[in-house]
Design a protein around this ligand. Structure first.
Ligand code: ADP
Length: 216
């Protein structure tokens, strides 16, 4: 199987641009894509380049697990299985972070992952007066994804990077998260980026999209 996101997402750019909330100084960028597409790495690079707060729900959850908080205790077994943590817990966690970022200048990595999360995000952002500027989807074929994830398992020892869990996470992505791409495409916000290449090359592709929006 290849071309993970290609069927759902055709056409890279939109005519609505990426200007969004520039007038009010807000900026909201969503980074999406299957497990192993490189969201975490690119999120850190982009947050720095564009002066955005990186909100990675996976990192936030792993930090709760490490601290042994109540949320962490609830999340751990779900994460180890590769299934999603319940929407209400995730939404409350993201809400707290977004509300304390003024003006809202964020890069969301790994959120939203379900329709309920996407709808909650829309409500929250409209309350905060910060529209979504761009949704960037990293596209990588499935063989390469599995190869990367198994490689990461060796290097970082993440407990959810084993073959069974990887399979579940891919399936969860296909069933619950991929449909969101159509939602953002219909809203004219979606930009698909080839996620294969060096970290710098992929960053350049994303930067080109964000910069093009700024000029338009
Ligand atoms: P990946 O994209 O490689 O699967 P993440 O670090 O984004 O990795 O997520 C790891 C795990 O954390 C997920 O498999 C899931 O259990 C949980 N998780 C992260 N973000 C969310 C979210 N937005 N909603 C529900 N669960 C989440």
């Amino acid at each position: 199987m290849s071309g993970y996101d290609q069927a759902a997402v055709s056409g890279g750019t939109t005519d609505t641009g990426v200007l969004g909330g520039a007038a009010s100084g807000t900026k909201v960028v969503l980074l999406m894509g299957p497990p192993g597409a490189g969201k975490g790495t690119q999120a850190s690079r982009l947050a720095e380049t564009h002066d955005l707060l990186k909100l990675s729900t996976g990192d936030m959850l792993r930090s709760h697990v490490k601290q042994g908080s109540e949320l962490g205790l609830r999340a751990k077994s779900l994460m180890d299985e590769g299934v999603l943590v319940p929407d209400d817990l995730i939404i409350a966690m993201v809400r707290g972070e977004l509300e304390s970022s003024t003006p809202v200048r964020v890069l969301l990595d790994g959120f939203p992952r379900t329709t309920a999360q996407a709808e909650a995000l829309d409500v929250l952002l409209s309350e905060l007066g910060a529209p979504i500027d761009a949704v960037v989807v990293l596209s990588v074929d499935s063989e390469e994804l599995v190869r990367r994830l198994l490689g990461r398992a060796k290097a970082e020892g993440r407990s959810d990077d084993n073959e069974d869990t990887i399979r579940t996470r891919m399936q969860v992505y296909q069933e619950q998260t991929r449909p969101l791409l159509d939602y953002y495409k219909a809203a004219g916000k979606l930009h698909r980026v080839d996620g294969v290449g060096s970290e710098a090359e992929v960053s350049e592709r994303i930067n080109a999209i964000l910069e093009a929006g700024r000029k338009s």
